[in-house]
Write a protein of this length. Sequence first.
Length: 318
Amino acid sequence: MATFGARRSGMIATIGAPDDASAVFHNPAGLADQPGIQLYFFLSPGIVDPRFRLQAHDPTLYPEINPKGCDQDNSCPWPIDDEGYYEETITADRSFGIQPFLAVTTDLGFISPAAKDVVVALAVFAPNAYAAYLPEDAPTAYHVIGGLFLVGTATLGVGYRPHPKIALGASISYNYMHISLSQKMSAVDALTPPGQSPTALASMAQGLVGDIRMDFSGVDHGVGWSAALLLNPEPWIGLGITYSGATHPRFRGDVSLYGTKEIAKDPDDFRSVVEGVGYKLPDELEIQMPIPHSLAFGLNLKLAWWIEVGFEGRFWFY
């Protein structure tokens, strides 16, 4: 869940008291209370610190993790404890996250005095920009080696207060979305039906090509929108509601597959080996990541000049 604006985010008041330019993202109805011209910049680093404690994989299906018989002389690269988990907690080699936000707002009074109560905003920001890369030889590599998720957004928002107690707002956004990931797959596991023992073909494939490495990078573009309401029954009470439309990203891109053994490290050579035994590898991959409609609501109470109380909630319509 992305959030922008240090002051109001820290006060849990981005929906119920959206009184800076980050309102274009959280509750565009709050733009109505920001006359004149404003330039707003916000930057927040993200802490991405994944840690994994995994239950040990079946050594017959994942033979590359620990050599056969290594437990006899305590030489296993990834020792297993008495509870059946790998002893070592696996952490990322490197990771990062960042949330930049830049917006400019202005009322439309320069067009006509009748339009001075209408405020528009243009913002560019990255609600999602984070990545993590884990050790390539760790058991987590069969889930993910590295991943990058990036969303760059340009948003146009408008706010209007037709009545002292009611403000309305809406926004429309263009989203550029990128995802890239890498992971390993065990050839034995890929060629063994669930619940069955590995076949001679599966074991031979593992010995020939090793594990299978997959690298994927895909992009998509899309449009998002929101409609918002801000109610102020009293000057010290703010009740905000923001409804955001659903998006259905489909990340399409080229996929590269190759083995970890020397004979199959070149993707073209690996493809030739696989097709030589009657299998066909995909050239492209599509990952779907549907994001449902959502409803955000917030209540802000200004009890005194030195204290405010805020509450916010969000509901996704999965």
